[in-house]
Design a binder for this molecule. Structure first.
Ligand code: ADP
Ligand code: MG
Length: 553
């Protein structure tokens, strides 16, 4: 990367730059500093945060660094190396994350800023701005830049007041770093909060970034995407990313992350295109885990439509969304999803059968109806089996047996997550600490209505989500019995990997499903209490066809 030469933008360009307050909360400081580090060509970025971020945020990179003269100019308003000085600069040509030349000035305005930098000279530069006073001294540092921001909003009580609890502010920062790590998989990221590293991505690819942001179980159940296509309007579009298999789901859509040319964005349309690519593979109230980067042709992206640069304008939006949907759906079709899901939905392994005659022993499978029901003949009855409900029952009883034998195993959550549950639920966590441990949760109180979660229940390798903890605590706080909680947790876990509407079973698989269902203690209801089987006897059909009696047979 060439050395930057920083200059002030001319008035015409400044006027065209989307205005807006740049620094509204700590996460915005981190976002701007990450943009700068990446624009400087960093291969490695270390982020350190204390408290809610107003105490201290530090971002260190190994990028190109700044000369002393440039460092002094960098903190001036509208001073940038990233746009030509005088232009009717076409901002759609911008390939850097920054271009407005105002972030460092805006940060220095509402905090104390220290910038230590070296562009490869023997001696580096330390520049400190406190209360508008700039001091410049020599500093030792390898090539790269470290920016330290302290006492953010110290003289802006209104801003301070509008901030949430420390855990929530840090949560935003952590999510931001996750988005960057997934959008820039070749860069090494590490995030440290109050002295503990909470996220690290090694910079060796998307699977690794996923491992850093989630865990080994999630990363191993994923497939990478590379898709290139020519747009009708001209130019090439590439779609790169990583998609977890449909068996890995979350309760919210935030786990579908998108970026445009390596810039993380919140873009409802692109996110929806990813979801459409999954189609009905994921149940309606669940969301997949995926990170997709699209790289549209030069000149078709306008980065200047949002003050925090969180959105971009896309000229070829429709074609891009279509390409994303296709790339995701093709990747999922070619990935060996069936096999990876087989362990979770396996119908071959027998249950410990209850000691009674198999209720479906004489049943003959006729075939599927709308890939939702199995039609079966049982003497003079027509049985209609809800395949999802039936499979849930089988999974549930299997989970319950494992738990009774072995207890609920715990899957470590690394890094631990801080979950804000509210004071009532946090108190319930302390009262029922033993029960939670018994259910496989590893939690400690973290103060202020938050819990630190370092392990989640994982019966039969199915890891629960932190949502399950929140739900458990809410019910305990509401006075539910511990035993009910255990059953409710198991039934939720049984539901996720179960057959979905639209999963077509072969006759062999259908027979196995019935066989396993027959081994259940309560084969006729799913764990949530809905029926698994309805029957229609022959006389009902006869009445419907006005056969009335055997007279017309
Ligand atoms: P912008 O990024 O929009 O240009 P900033 O105020 O964020 O504006 O930064 C001003 C200039 O300072 C940048 O154009 C860049 O030349 C320089 N700069 C800022 N941070 C770094 C960094 N980490 N490494 C190298 N140069 C930097
Ligand atoms: Mg910048």
């Amino acid at each position: 990367m060439d050395r930057p030469t920083i200059h002030r933008l001319d008035e015409a360009t400044v006027a065209r730059i989307a205005a807006g307050e740049v620094i509204t909360r700590p996460v915005r400081v981190v976002a701007e500093l990450l943009d700068n580090a990446l624009d400087a060509g960093a291969g490695r970025i270390e982020i350190t945060v204390d408290g809610d971020g107003t105490e201290r945020i530090r971002v260190a990179d190994d990028g190109c660094g700044l000369s002393r003269a440039d460092a002094e100019r960098a903190v001036e308003r509208h001073a940038t190396s990233k746009l030509p000085a005088e232009t009717a600069a076409d901002l759609t040509g911008v390939s850097t994350l920054g271009f407005r030349g105002e972030a460092l000035a805006a940060i220095a305005d509402c905090a104390t800023l220290e910038l230590v930098t070296n562009d490869g000279e023997a001696v580096g530069t330390k520049l400190r701005i406190e209360d508008g006073e700039v001091t410049v001294t020599n500093a030792g540092r390898a090539q790269g830049t470290t920016v330290t921001v302290t006492d953010l909003f110290a003289d802006r009580p209104a801003r301070r007041e509008s901030l949430a609890e420390a855990a929530a502010e840090f949560g935003r920062i952590s999510e931001l770093v996750a988005r960057y790590a997934l959008a820039r998989p070749a860069v090494r990221f590490s995030l440290t909060h109050n002295g503990t590293e909470t996220l690290s991505a090694s910079g060796s690819g998307l699977q690794d970034a996923l491992l850093g942001v989630y865990d080994a179980g999630t990363a191993s159940r994923s497939t990478t995407i590379h898709h290139e296509t020519s747009l009708a309007a001209g130019g090439d579009l590439s779609v790169d990313g990583i998609c977890c298999y449909p068996s890995v789901t979350r309760a919210t859509r935030e786990h579908v992350r998108v970026s445009v040319g390596g810039r993380p964005v919140t873009d409802t349309g692109l996110r929806q295109a990813v979801l459409s690519g999954y189609g009905s593979l994921v149940a309606g109230n669940r969301y997949p885990v995926a990170a997709i980067d699209v790289d549209p042709p030069a000149g078709t992206v306008d980065p200047n439509v949002h003050p925090a640069k969180e959105e971009v304008g896309l000229t070829a939006r429709e074609a891009i969304e279509t390409a994303v949907e296709r790339a995701v759906s093709e990747a999922l079709t070619t990935a060996d999803i069936r096999r990876t899901d087989a362990a979770a939905t396996d119908l071959e392994t027998e249950l410990r059968a209850v000691d009674r005659a198999d209720p479906f022993g004489e049943v003959r499978v006729i075939g599927p109806f709308r890939d939702l029901y199995l039609l079966c003949e049982d003497g003079d009855e027509l049985l209609v089996v809800d395949q999802h409900a039936a499979h849930e029952r089988v999974n549930y009883e299997r989970l319950r047996a494992t738990v009774a034998d072995e207890g609920v195993p715990t899957a470590p959550l690394d890094p631990p997550e801080t979950v804000s549950v509210g004071p009532g639920a946090a108190a319930a966590a302390e009262t029922h600490a033993d029960l939670l441990a018994d259910l496989g949760f590893d939690v400690e109180p973290f103060g202020g209505g938050t819990l630190r979660v370092s392990g989640l229940p994982a019966p039969l390798g199915r890891v629960a989500e932190t949502d399950a903890l929140v739900e458990t605590l809410d019910r305990l706080a509401a006075g539910h019995q511990p035993d009910d909680r255990r059953d409710a947790l198991l039934s939720d876990l049984a539901c996720h990997p179960s057959l979905k509407a639209g999963d077509r079973l072969t006759t062999g698989e259908a027979e196995q499903l019935l066989e396993r269902l027959g081994e259940c203690e309560q084969p006729f209801a799913c764990p949530h209490g809905r029926p698994t089987v309805c029957s229609l006897d022959e006389s009902t059909l006869a009445a419907g066809f006005e056969r009335g009696s055997t007279r017309f047979r």
